[in-house]
Design a protein around this ligand. Sequence first.
Ligand SMILES: [Zn+2]
Length: 246
Amino acid sequence: MTSFEDFYINCPCCSAWLIGKKAKADSVNQSVLYSDGMIINDLIPANPQKIVLCPACGYLFWLQPDACHNSFSDSERLTAYTWPSWRFFGCNLLDNNGRIALINHYWNALKLLRPISVEQEIIIRKSLLWAYNDLYRDADAWRFVDVVRGKINFFYWIISRKFSRKGRALFDSEKPRFETNLLRLIEILEQDANAEPAIIAEFYRELGDFRMAAQFLSKIVRRTHFINLLISHIQLGDKSVFKVAG
Ligand SMILES: [Zn+2]
């Protein structure tokens, strides 16, 4: 399993101490990469959280790497806020409503964190995309065949299927906002000479614009495992996020 080390940050508004955790690079055993760029290590999202909502005063701020302390005093520890209280804005991601709450936090961050640079807008909008895809990312984790093979309990499978269906329905109900976010993300990346054509192709595919996705892929000469998978999903007319490796 991945092991973590603590870091400490100070809210720039109320000075409350927040305890964070980061994975020790040498302890990561199993990574899963998804087509939208999300990486999961030992069931925990590996992409670091860049925005913090202070659990003490509600102030929203960018987490600057140089603002992270490696230690603090025992007296500060007594009043410090734990990782679960501010991680993912305190949302419970094991619940579909918690996943929607996370999406709403990112939309609010886009409105409230002003001024915002292009790089910062990309960070928020990619986080938003991942949060939307999280609504169904693990939907096919368990199949009925797993019940037959005795891997999971039948009742757990029923509960898990109900949960996944609700997540998918919520994703579908959010489609207009999901597309608005993707269109803006594509618009920004298309103006960036350094943007990866494969990433833009993936975003067009998730939008369901397979013609544009194929057009961007045609700019890439090198054929990687990811590009080959992307081509087959485009040919199938599939716009869902998929597992690339892991
Ligand atoms: Zn604060």
